[in-house]
Design a protein around this ligand. Sequence first.
Ligand SMILES: [Zn+2]
Length: 429
Amino acid sequence: MNRISLSRRGFIKNTGMITASGILLPNLLTGKALNSMNQSISISTDFVSGGGDVRVVSENPHRIRFKAHNEGGGGWSQVWWYFALEGVKSGEEIVLELDRGVPASAGISPQVFFSYDQKVWGLTDTGKSAIIDSREFFVYKHVVRGDKVWFAYDLPYTPAHLDLLLTSDVSKNPDAEIFEFCKTKKGRPVTAIRFDKPKQESKKKHGIWLQARTHAFESGSSWVLHELLRWLISEDPMAKNLLDCSTLVVVPIVDVDGVVEGRTGKNQQPHDHNRGWDILPDHWPETKASKSLLMEWKEQNMLDMFIDFHGPGNNSHPYFIIAETNSLPYDKQQKNRKKFFEVLKSKPLDDIARLSQSMTQIYHSERPWDQKPNTARKWVTMETTDHNVALTLEVNMNTPLSTMDGYRSEAITLGRAISNYFVQNHHQR
Ligand SMILES: [Zn+2]
């Protein structure tokens, strides 16, 4: 039996490589072929967002064993993986053995994504739990149709998607500004988009903040924001009306380092990008930049809505994780959130709701406040305006509906509700 191990190259990948390539998507497999003399299959994670530890267990049958990238604690800190495989013949079956590790990794995708060009993605058949060599695995099988194939935990979304699929269209909108929000600890640019149409006499200006990927592995959350941006620049009158009365800042990828390096991101040390918002000085440049702009909005009393996009949700519907109503410190925060849910037709996520599945019925689920260090949502609720609606959206990843079309439906549903809520003056300051 032949065995090879793939040791990941150092984190020298950067987004500039991709944008300079001038191609549609990061269709790059720059890793060296890792074949030994008698081995036909090679594996690589050596590309943007490639991650996890992968090796060939056997060639006949083709068995690939892999682990998700681990921030250290297993569980939810061990979720993301994305690798390429070369040298399998079309029509051959490949067995993918996801090693859960100890403690077992969390967030298992029942089906995983495959692609032959990193542009068009499909879902494999549903995998199964298995015990192999006394260890816990989740095993997928797939008949390949090309000699090079990529597999990923979920639909990848990297800075190149933003740069190459969105920025040129967004930049045509006269009221949109694409700007460098900050640089990461490792010097990579974090991109944000601001819509700020000149104020009209009779109209209030509302401040709306939308961000995704404080947890790097939650790629579906960036897809929903990507599609929300597409909707904002569309001809839909509801999008135009929203832009007339609001200033929006959208950050589609907060933890760019984690995303580019193919890491899980969640529970990284000393705290991940969703945590520690109450701690000074700020550990992450992204958090510092966010808090600084949000405090400017607070001074102008215009921080009205803050939505932090997460995932993977569950196999039912998208839903907001929210604080229990009576733990919101201000009456206006309680009333505004209630009104927004009425406009959205959002209901509590209960056992009945969990039996069905959609991308467009957005539910909500009340939870006690997290323990310190504070999350972004808690910091916004406690430290900024007394009227803001601060929400965490669990985008539902890992379902048969979680495709680009599905994420688009989810984005438009949410965008139209935000438009109705502000345009019809439901928000009370
Ligand atoms: Zn998250």
